[in-house]
Design a protein around this ligand. Structure first.
Ligand code: ADP
Ligand code: MG
Length: 351
């Protein structure tokens, strides 16, 4: 069974999409089969990977006769069609074997209200009983089709019913943040949101009518892997003082508030998992500085900054040397970050 990891923070612009792509790429490079799920109706991840900039091209992509995106995959359940959900046909990510995209769809947002109603009632209406478990079922069938090891889920910046579902059907979750006041606030509010969502999933798992659905609501409880702090400026190879202040505040808020709450609702791994991966100091999987000039090349080549080839970096002379050094530095950071994730999963699977 593929491991599902949700990248979630209801705040936007904290590098959820970028990090999902980068971590997925690194996992694939290490030989794992990875499916990136674009569950954000804004479709930023799909846009980044498919690179369609004309609405017409995208229209052709969606209407090519196959079930090739998340909305079409879920359609039979949400539009009461008398057939079972089938695996989605994923798109291969150019330049990175083993990495697949399950594309998003702007109209996926239209299912949010119905899903919300089905989740509120927790199965008391017969006609909606198949919805709460449908997304997990679709992801599982798709993972089976491709023998995937990892499913990374990129989510919208909201507290939508879709996000509530995705979070609670995952095995693990990671909270991307950026070093500023708003991220500290966001982590603070996540503590009460997770408590509410946990209470809901607990109920959903124990309602008889949902257990007997075509797509039963899965019996999982997502565990916190750690935070990621990203996009700060460097000074003499370290976070500048202003940014360091917010990095410390985030770490403190995660430790004092989030972790305390998550322990109460059993959404933490055993302490040894964090100790084993040397994460107990602040439960941060990685800190990532600003990509600066590399970001333009990365977007141009639809390739993570750390995976850009010398040709793609393109500069000669001193500028080229510094670009390559930067690229290599980011490689080490994402390599370590990804190793932390693998380490946590391996530890947890063993116990
Ligand atoms: N480390 C980074 N350095 C510089 N820019 C970044 C970094 N990470 C993300 N970005 C940029 O910040 C913007 C927001 O990132 P994105 O991944 O879309 O965030 P989210 O999905 O949380 O809204 C994008 O334009 C992205 O290219
Ligand atoms: Mg995003």
């Amino acid at each position: 069974m593929a491991v599902k990891i949700a990248f979630f923070n209801h705040k936007g612009g904290v590098s959820k999409t970028t990090t999902t792509f980068n971590v997925g790429w690194m996992l694939a490079e290490k030989g794992y089969k990875v499916i990136l799920v674009d569950a954000d109706p804004q479709c930023n991840l799909s846009g980044m990977i498919l690179g369609y900039n004309e609405a017409l091209e995208l229209e052709d992509f969606y209407n090519n006769g196959t079930i090739n995106n998340i909305r079409d995959g879920l359609k039979p359940a949400f539009e009461s069609m008398p057939r079972l959900l089938e695996a989605v046909e994923c798109t291969e990510v150019e330049g990175r074997p083993n990495l697949l995209l399950l594309p998003g769809h702007i109209k996926f947002a239209e299912y949010d209200v119905t899903l919300g109603i089905s989740q509120e009632l927790s199965g008391s209406i017969q006609a909606l009983k198949n919805l709460p478990g449908s997304i997990a079922y679709l992801l599982d069938r798709t993972a089976e089709r491709y023998s995937a090891d990892y499913i990374l889920i990129d989510m919208s910046p909201s507290l939508s019913s879709i996000n509530q579902n995705l979070m609670m059907i995952s095995n693990y979750f990671i909270v991307p943040t950026s070093p500023d006041f708003y991220s500290v606030m966001a982590i603070d509010s996540l503590t009460s949101i997770f408590k509410r969502w946990h209470a809901w999933s607990n109920k959903a798992q124990n309602v008889d009518i949902l257990k007997s659905a075509d797509y039963p609501f899965p019996n999982v409880l997502p565990k916190f892997m750690g935070s990621i702090i990203q996009k700060y400026r460097l000074r003499d190879s370290r976070a500048s003082q202003g940014f360091q202040y917010w990095i410390d505040r985030i770490n403190l808020t995660v430790k004092d508030k989030l972790i305390t709450q998550l322990k109460d609702i059993d959404m933490m791994l055993p302490e040894e998992a964090y100790i084993n991966n040397r994460l107990t100091e602040n439960y941060c999987l990685g800190t990532i500085p600003d990509f600066n000039t590399l970001i333009a090349r990365s977007q141009q080549h639809k390739t993570p900054v750390f995976a850009l080839t010398n040709e793609q970096l393109g500069h000669r002379g001193v500028v080229g040397t510094s670009a390559r050094e930067n690229r290599d530095r980011f490689y080490n950071i994402f390599n370590q970050l990804t190793n932390n994730i693998i380490g946590m999963v391996e530890y947890a699977e063993r116990y």
